[in-house]
Design a binder for this molecule. Structure first.
Ligand code: SAM
Length: 240
């Protein structure tokens, strides 16, 4: 991967950034995404934010080498701290866990007042992002799921000023877990992911079944059964 040829995962994020956009890419690492967007999509401004010095330096030298310093500002700092008021309208955060992404959004809420769209790519725990979007009045507008190099990734797109429960149906708990749009579509990657999760939960359940039955074990077993039923319900729904 480089800034001319993005990974399929980052290309799925890039798809939701329009021409002319002003973006912040938080946790930018090498800054491949903002460089790609500047060269291929015609964004007018990007801020590449990094909390770690090594990736920050790598972003800085890539942006310089690409001759993109007029468009891309590379800044060292935690989460949305690097954003100045009114500077950006799009935020991308990719390649981290869902809990870390939501903690960055939560801590930087005051920097989101001019932001129209969040494009988030959690490696795990997309559920925490779906819940955060609802709690903070952002509507989930689109979702993607894809497999690359044996790993499965999700991309979630939220927009402000809409109604946060619109995409969800009668099975809110299950849809928060698996994604309302993804559950409707149920493509092959979605089925693969959730069949693997169910298998894994069944294996853990079996291990707990063979262990001493403490209140803690019983509680964990109940939680696993609940999740298995939720996901099986979604997968069966498609077949009916
Ligand atoms: N976004 C790139 C991608 O998807 O390929 C890089 C992902 S890399 C796995 C995660 C990056 O996020 C690391 O470079 C890390 O230093 C940075 N990061 C983690 N927490 C951060 C935070 N609170 N603020 C800014 N950057 C952060």
């Amino acid at each position: 991967m480089n800034s001319d040829k993005l990974s399929a995962r980052l290309a799925a994020v890039a798809k939701y950034v329009p021409k002319g956009a002003k973006i912040a890419d938080i946790g930018s690492d090498h800054a491949y995404l903002p460089c790609y967007l500047a060269k291929n999509i015609g964004i007018t401004f990007a801020l590449a934010g990094e909390v770690a010095v090594g990736p920050y330096q790598s972003a800085k030298s890539n942006v310089l080498a690409e001759g993109l310093s007029d468009i891309i500002s590379v800044r060292l700092g935690d989460g949305l701290d690097v954003v100045r008021p009114g500077e950006i309208e799009y935020v991308t955060i990719a390649g981290m866990g869902g809990a870390l992404i939501t903690s960055i959004l939560e801590r930087g809420k005051d920097k989101l007042s001019h932001v129209k769209r969040l494009i988030l790519q959690p490696n795990v725990s997309a559920i925490s992002i779906r819940k955060w979007l609802i709690d903070n009045n952002w509507e989930l507008m689109a979702e993607e799921i894809l497999e690359e190099d044996g790993k499965i990734y999700e991309v979630l797109v939220g927009e402000k000023g809409n109604s946060p429960l619109t995409p969800y149906g009668r099975h809110l708990e299950a849809e928060l877990l698996v994604g309302p749009y993804l559950a409707k579509e149920q493509n092959a990657v979605f089925k693969k992911k959730w069949l693997m999760e169910v298998k894994n939960w069944q294996r853990i359940y079996q291990q707990l079944e063979n262990a001493a039955q403490t209140p803690d074990t019983m509680k964990k077993k109940q939680e696993l059964i609940h999740k298995i039923h939720l996901v099986e319900g979604v997968l069966q729904n498609e077949e009916s």
